[in-house]
Design a protein around this ligand. Structure first.
Ligand code: RNT
Ligand code: ZN
Length: 422
């Protein structure tokens, strides 16, 4: 197998060279870009808290009943170990606060401490992966009304402010312990199913709440890198989302925070790729959540579709790799979850590779010379370039199975482990 790939790669390398593209440099760079794996595909976004409130108030939902969901932290980590083995390139792990492990003790969200994530941290240390973090503003009785940080009740707002403050300290702790910044992303479900009579009030309160959270100067923002994520609608917030895109774009800019763009959070005809060159004129950094919306924010497993390809093509063309954080965000409970991770993470890194392999200089030269037909022809031709051979070579060099050969490892693990879970 190895020699076949090398021959295919040799041909691909010279094909790309004819377009002025250096495949060696592209492989190296594509392997070095960190991709943060969301822990929540492993257990269908259920979390590890006791007692459980389920996803109530969450506005998001994993559907499907494929057997083998991880039922506790140990099972999640075992599953993630296999996922890491099957992925080329640099990975991180993205945790949500409701994956705290507090043993038999009930610890509410506003009382979370770094010690409740000690097992995740030691796992991350031994696997040499960085950690990212998220406050969990859903799946909790104080989120059941559909409002958290923008709630009209001051006591409820206070609870969620304190949760976020606790989480920022945990994120900072991860960064200190691992020697790498921790991206700390805030997404809240706040919104209304039907037209509210007051759209101003919740948004004004949301600003107040976030300002109270970020006023804590004992958190170093170089270690805890706060990001904010808006969306168009959610389940139960179809008509009104307090933290809309415009809200967060303005808020992040005025408070020097990272703006998160999730591929599933826009009108279906909007291009997230097109937003990159707008936001990066103003914002310093973006957090990118790769996802796949089918008709709505359905969080399907990421595939190498045009939305994902175009997104990373823009990052490549703008040479903006050091201005973006890349993270996965999908959850599908209807298929093998390990495979879901591998497919989505590989597709994301394939899109990164394809961006780096794009013969942009040649295409841009045609454009600059006014030869629109040549630009279009070259763009079409780019689809036929042998990126797959370069991908297989990238996998080989990083010591992971190329193509879909990883499927047999997933099948073996399913037979031995996940199929035995009830
Ligand atoms: C929800 C957001 C958010 C969540 C995670 C679980 O629409 O995309 O990022 O998916 O926080
Ligand atoms: Zn997201």
């Amino acid at each position: 197998m190895a020699s076949k790939i090398t021959a295919a790669y040799r041909l691909a390398r010279s094909t790309y060279a004819a377009y002025g593209v250096d495949t060696e440099a592209a492989i190296k760079q594509a392997l070095s870009i960190p991709v943060s794996l969301h822990c929540w595909q492993a257990d269908d976004v259920r979390g590890l808290e006791t007692p459980k409130d389920g996803l109530a108030g969450g506005g998001i939902m994993a559907t499907g009943g494929y057997p083998g969901r991880a039922r506790n932290g140990d099972e999640m980590r075992a599953d993630l170990d296999l996922v890491l083995q099957l992925l080329p390139g640099k990975s991180r792990l993205n945790l949500h606060a409701f994956y705290a492990e507090t043993g038999k003790k009930v610890v509410d969200r506003d009382e979370l401490e770094p010690e409740h994530f000690a097992r995740w941290l030691s796992w991350a240390k031994s696997r040499r992966v960085g950690l990212d973090f998220n406050p969990t503003y859903f799946a909790h009785e104080k989120a059941n009304s559909g409002y958290t940080l923008s709630h009209e009740d001051k006591a409820i707002r206070r609870f969620w402010i304190n949760h976020a403050k606790a989480c920022r300290h945990i994120a900072q702790h991860f960064a200190q312990e691992l020697g790498k910044p921790c991206v700390h992303n805030h997404w809240i479900p706040d919104g209304a199913k039907d037209a509210p009579a007051d759209r101003f009030g919740p948004r004004a309160r949301l600003i107040e709440s976030y300002d109270a959270i970020f006023a804590d100067k004992s958190v170093n923002r170089k270690l805890c890198v706060d990001a904010v994520e808006g969306k168009l609608f959610g389940l139960g917030s179809e008509e009104y989302v307090v933290g809309s895109q415009e809200f967060y774009s303005n808020y992040a800019l005025s408070r020097d925070l990272v703006l998160c763009l999730d591929l599933g959070h826009y009108h279906p005809t909007e291009s997230v790729a097109d937003k990159v060159s707008t936001h990066l004129q103003f914002h310093k950094k973006l957090l990118l959540h790769t996802s796949r919306p089918i008709r709505w924010d359905s969080d399907h497993v990421v595939i190498l579709d045009d939305a994902v390809r175009n997104l990373f093509l823009e990052i490549a063309r703008g040479d903006a790799w050091d201005r973006v954080f890349v993270a996965l965000d999908f959850f599908d409970a209807s298929i093998n979850r390990i495979a879901a991770y591998v497919i989505g993470a590989r597709a994301t890194r394939q899109a990164i590779l394809c961006g780096l392999l794009d013969p942009s200089a040649k295409i841009q030269a045609a454009e600059a010379a006014g030869r629109g037909h040549e630009r279009l022809a070259l763009m079409e031709q780019t689809r036929a370039l042998p990126w797959g051979a370069v991908w297989d070579e990238l996998c080989e060099r990083d010591g992971v199975a190329p193509a879909s050969l990883w499927l047999k490892d997933v099948a073996r693990y399913e037979r031995a482990v996940t199929s035995k879970r009830s």
